[in-house]
Write a protein that binds this ligand. Structure first.
Ligand code: NAP
Length: 449
């Protein structure tokens, strides 16, 4: 048996992820020591309530409510409490005392990442956060290390399992969102208050983290444009399927050059919204609660990282990988490698984004309507790529606000070429006000071309 140097590990939090990390640290101690080159001694586990029932049996003597004392003298501090405070204060305390830290806390990194990375730089320590962006999927290390010599141009990620589960079932079953959300809550895939997931907040935090890494720029959470999935209807899903697409909530991190960029040089756009994805795109085959991150790099081309985006034991895998890395660095010595934020690229407003769109309109079914709609689009610098027209059966005897005389209704599904979001928004507003348009049914971006 090799007599490894001992490293003192403090664990903050023993919930869904923390309890699994504690179990694996204890059960796999010998293997982890061989891989790290250090004996990882779990010095204690900070929790709110040492008597709270836990799914995993943990040694009672390791549990404490005194996180500050536990952190003192630790070599590696693993933060799995979640939330901003006291997690932020504990991480800063750990870094200031020279410990390396491992965290899965996307909310904290997306809002206070710069402060935490600066604190690590000051003392030459490292911050590891593989579990913060897409659970068990290795994506932080590939972006930080494997692709460090390349230029990432775009990331499109399905980074929220709850919304992917909901949209996937709406697509497969042709069902409404409400019943599926209730199922997701029953199965533990969605919180009782699902706002963070369905309104895109969770995905926006992950997008900020991924964009910061990929573009070597600090991307504040406020710079991420965010739209959730609550406006996605069964009818929109059916129409998408009919047109050869699926609707997914995507986090898009994009390097922009030339038109659309806020400055003469490069800029970035970071945005979260439900978008149409072509059915033959690899992201279309991401089902259920799974996550995937599709990376387009200048030299490497297209790469796809796929797997479990959440789950206690799955996420613990990513955390333990970080713990081994932290231990190896501790043994090797030297300063940790800081975050690279030197590119410092500006982020552009959503209005400056250039993408393709699908606009669905209900219009009067009479001669000249198509030409009129095409004219409004052309005046607004939105060029048409495809048009599909179907005549609607009348479902009501009440004429709509705009309908003229006896004209029936037709549905127009217009696919555009790439257009500036600002132009598109103004053009859709003009369409909505025009006499021939009864209703703007939906406007969706198309991603992944
Ligand atoms: P969780 O189940 O809610 O567990 C939180 C743990 O932290 C509990 O053990 C709790 O103690 C402890 N805690 C909370 N506040 C504390 C305080 N003030 N002082 C001491 N201990 C405190 O959370 P989780 O699901 O494991 O998530 C942990 C982190 O991982 C979060 O940042 C989350 O975003 C991230 N993450 C989670 C997943 C996932 O699938 N769950 C996936 C990726 C990332 P008690 O047990 O005594 O209440």
């Amino acid at each position: 048996m090799i007599d490894y140097r001992r490293l003192r590990v403090a664990l903050l939090g023993a919930g869904a992820v923390g309890s699994q990390v504690a179990r694996l640290l204890i059960e796999h101690a010998d293997e982890l020591a061989d891989r790290s080159g250090a004996a990882l001694e779990l010095a204690g586990i900070a929790v709110r309530d040492v008597d709270a029932p836990r799914d995993v049996a943990l040694p009672r003597e390791l549990l404490t409510t005194d996180a500050e004392t536990l952190i003192l003298g630790s070599d590696i501090v693993i933060e799995l409490m979640g939330g901003i405070e006291p997690a932020r204060g504990y991480l800063l305390q750990a870094l200031n005392s020279g410990a390396d830290v491992v965290t899965a806390n996307k909310a904290l990194l997306a809002t206070h990442g710069a402060e935490i990375f600066d604190a690590a730089d000051q003392v030459g320590a490292s911050v590891y956060y593989e579990a913060a962006a897409a659970g068990a999927i290795p994506i932080i290390r590939p972006l930080r290390d494997s692709l460090a010599g390349d230029r990432v141009n775009r990331i499109i990620g399905i980074v929220n399992g709850t919304t992917n589960y909901i949209l996937d079932r709406m697509d497969i079953e042709g069902a409404d969102m409400a019943g599926i959300l209730a199922d997701a809550q029953r199965l533990g895939y969605a919180e009782a208050d699902p706002t963070a997931d369905v309104e895109g907040y969770d995905a926006a935090q992950k997008a900020a983290i991924l964009a910061s890494l990929a573009f070597h720029t600090t991307v504040p959470l406020e710079a991420v444009h965010r739209e959730g999935i609550t406006g996605v209807t069964r009818q929109m899903m059916d129409a998408a399927r009919h047109a050869g697409y699926v609707i997914k909530l995507v986090a898009v991190c994009e390097r922009m050059v030339g038109r659309g960029a806020a400055s003469d040089g490069e800029a970035i756009s970071v945005r979260v919204y439900p978008a149409l994805i072509r059915r033959d795109h690899p992201l279309a085959s991401v089902h259920g609660v799974n996550n995937a991150v599709f990376v387009q790099a200048e030299a490497a081309g297209n790469l796809m990282f796929y797997g479990a985006g959440a789950g206690g034991v799955q996420t613990a895998s990513a955390v333990l990988g970080d713990v081994v890395s932290a231990a190896r660095r501790h043994i090797a010595g030297g300063a940790g490698v800081g975050e690279s934020t030197r590119a410092n690229l500006p982020t552009v407003d959503i209005g400056q984004v250039v993408t393709r769109y699908q606009i669905t309109l209900e219009v009067d079914d009479r001669p000249g309507v198509l030409a009129r709609v095409a004219g409004i689009l052309s005046d607004g610098h939105v060029s048409i790529a495809t048009v599909e027209q179907t005549v609607q059966e009348h479902t009501t005897t009440e004429p709509s606000a705009h309908s003229a005389g006896d004209a029936g209704s037709a549905r127009l599904v217009i696919g555009t070429h790439k257009a500036l979001e600002q132009d598109l928004g103004e053009t859709v507003a003009r369409l909505a006000e025009d006499d021939v348009v009864e209703r703007v049914v939906s406007v969706l971006r198309v991603e992944g071309d």
